[in-house]
Ligand binder design. Structure first.
Ligand SMILES: [Mg+2]
Length: 301
């Protein structure tokens, strides 16, 4: 079948900082925020260590009536895995507050490719279980079990035979969907974690075809999926993260307020040079909590 990707609602250019065509103040934009999408590593924790301000920031959001969702490209873990992971760090959360690139992939398939029901998934058991629970049939590693499309994630259980099977179906012209573009997953252990983008590069080298769609950050579809799930408009959502080329690029491409925190990868100098620039650069999420509180109290102009 043709690998049509459906109409992309993405604006071609970053949205201007205006509302209804008028010059807008930061205060006005912050007052409109009803939900915050939070990157995790570098934003609410570093490696295995939760930032001191994270719990009070989340409590502050709740106090202001602002919801929040944790966003991650890592499709090797399920939503439930992340609930457990955050719980172990002292953050009580629900499945509804986690949004992964697997969730974005499922939302994309349901919306843009509704005829697709049968998938060959190169991913972990966690990922395959989530995709199956969303109503898709998972095909086996067999040329007799034909899928409608191939989905590739961060398969930390990568198996040679299944890699070859994915290549076979891609070579046969099946739509090729990647959960996210990252070529490596950062780690502090002495190895290289070969991520979804690198697995897709191997498949591309073997078949001559790259992915037809790549979900996850920085694709704005990741945020469209979240907006759809939350039934919110772009001006109600804010993205907070520590990476310019994923978190901030995605926010700006989706027309959503993009806030860079300097607790992770990006520096203030890099932020000043980056295009598109963040809407706001802050030292950490505690400073963001202060800004939101001041805007809601009418004290920030
Ligand atoms: Mg990060």
């Amino acid at each position: 079948m043709p690998s049509t990707l459906g109409p992309a609602p993405a604006p071609e250019k970053p949205a201007p900082l205006t509302v209804a065509g008028r010059p807008d103040t930061l205060s006005r934009r912050l007052r409109q925020i009803r939900h915050v999408a939070l990157d995790m590593d570098g934003t609410i924790y570093s490696g295995g260590t939760l930032f001191d301000c994270t719990r009070s920031f989340l409590a502050q959001l709740t106090g202001l009536g602002i919801g929040y969702t944790f966003l991650t490209n890592n499709s090797s873990k399920s939503v439930q895995d992340y609930v457990t992971h955050l719980q172990a760090m002292g953050i009580t959360t629900t499945a509804g507050q986690i949004y992964t690139s697997t969730n974005a992939t499922i939302a994309f398939l349901q919306e843009a490719m509704p005829a697709i029901r049968r998938l060959f998934v190169l991913g972990t058991t966690s990922m395959r279980t989530e995709i199956s629970a969303a109503g898709f049939s998972l095909t086996a590693d067999s040329s007799a079990d034909e899928p409608d499309a191939v989905v590739v994630g961060f398969d930390t259980d990568l198996n040679f035979s299944r890699l070859c099977r994915a290549a076979y179906w891609i070579k046969q012209g099946k739509p090729f969907i990647a959960s996210h573009p990252d070529r490596i997953c950062p780690t502090d252990v002495p190895t290289v974690w070969v991520d979804c983008g690198a697995i897709c590069a191997a498949l591309q080298a073997a078949t001559g075809r790259g992915p037809d769609a790549v979900l996850g950050k920085p694709a704005p579809r990741m945020l469209y999926g979240l907006l759809q799930k939350l039934e919110l408009r772009p001006e109600h959502l804010m993205m907070v993260g520590d990476r310019l080329y994923t978190d901030i690029l995605m926010a700006r491409q989706a027309g959503i307020l993009g806030v860079l925190v300097l607790t992770g990868e990006a520096t203030a100098d890099a932020a000043a040079r980056h295009s598109p620039p963040p809407d706001l650069v802050l030292p950490d999420i505690a400073a963001l909590g202060d800004k939101l509180k001041a805007a809601h109290n009418g004290k920030l102009e």
